[in-house]
Design a protein around this ligand. Structure first.
Ligand code: SF4
Ligand code: SF4
Length: 126
């Protein structure tokens, strides 16, 4: 979820926003933008949630694991503790995206722009 886009981080064009909205990745309510998570893993590699733990060697949260390798060479990720009762509220992956400008997320989106059917399939994987 995001309420504000910081232009220094990301200045999406209207076309980019329209594309995301068209495919259910973005909804606008009362001028607030809500982006959907596509499980790029971007946030859990750079900005751990309150229950995340850094794996110094991998330089990412130790609970972040690959979920599916896509034909484009990209990987979808999952959090292994996101469904546990005591951690689910704090976990960020698979909820609204608080880092829609992340490189990992944008790379995944760009790789699937020309294959909309595959993009939709990605979003349906749980
Ligand atoms: S950066 Fe956003 S899209 Fe990527 S895993 Fe995190 S919440 Fe999901
Ligand atoms: S959502 Fe899960 S994988 Fe991501 S930082 Fe939090 S605990 Fe780690």
């Amino acid at each position: 979820m995001i309420g504000e886009i910081t232009p220094e981080l990301w200045s999406p064009s209207q076309a980019e926003l329209d594309l995301q909205a068209e495919h259910g990745l973005l909804s606008v309510r009362d001028e607030t933008l809500f982006f959907k998570c596509i499980r790029s893993g971007g946030c859990c590699k750079t900005n751990l949630c309150p229950v995340g733990e850094l794996d110094q060697t991998a330089q990412q949260c130790r609970f972040l694991h690959p979920h599916k390798n896509l034909d484009t060479g990209h990987t979808l990720y999952r959090c292994t503790i996101a469904h546990e009762q005591h951690t689910q509220a704090a976990c960020q992956i698979s909820k609204g995206c608080c880092m829609p400008w992340s490189q990992a997320r944008n790379d995944l989106l760009n790789a699937h722009k020309s294959d909309l059917a595959n993009l939709i399939a990605v979003l349906n994987i749980e």
